[in-house]
Design a protein around this ligand. Structure first.
Ligand SMILES: [Zn+2]
Length: 92
């Protein structure tokens, strides 16, 4: 059978079925290997104070938060784009 995408629209592989996670935006249940995962870091202290503390040589933790987006939401937010037919088989 012909395949639309080399990866079948998923990352990883050789894993079989993967567990479901919820889309951050719409709440749809999506397999973990199919979501678009976005990592963002945020500062716990405000930038001016952070600069001062860093100058004095202190370590500032910057926790990261993850957001999982389903394919529809990822396309809606411009995180991934619809690709031309001949370009779809390229994986990244
Ligand atoms: Zn969604």
């Amino acid at each position: 059978m012909t395949k639309k995408r080399k990866s079948g629209g998923r990352s990883g592989g050789g894993r079989g079925r993967s567990e479901l996670v919820q889309c951050t935006n719409c709440g749809m249940l999506v397999p973990r290997d199919k979501v678009k995962r976005v990592t963002s870091r945020f500062s716990l202290v405000d930038p001016a104070l952070a600069r001062e503390l860093r100058a004095s040589g202190s370590y500032l933790a910057r926790p990261s938060t993850f957001k999982n987006y389903c394919v529809s939401c990822a396309v809606h937010f411009g995180l991934s784009k619809v690709r031309a037919r001949n370009e779809r088989r390229r994986t990244n």
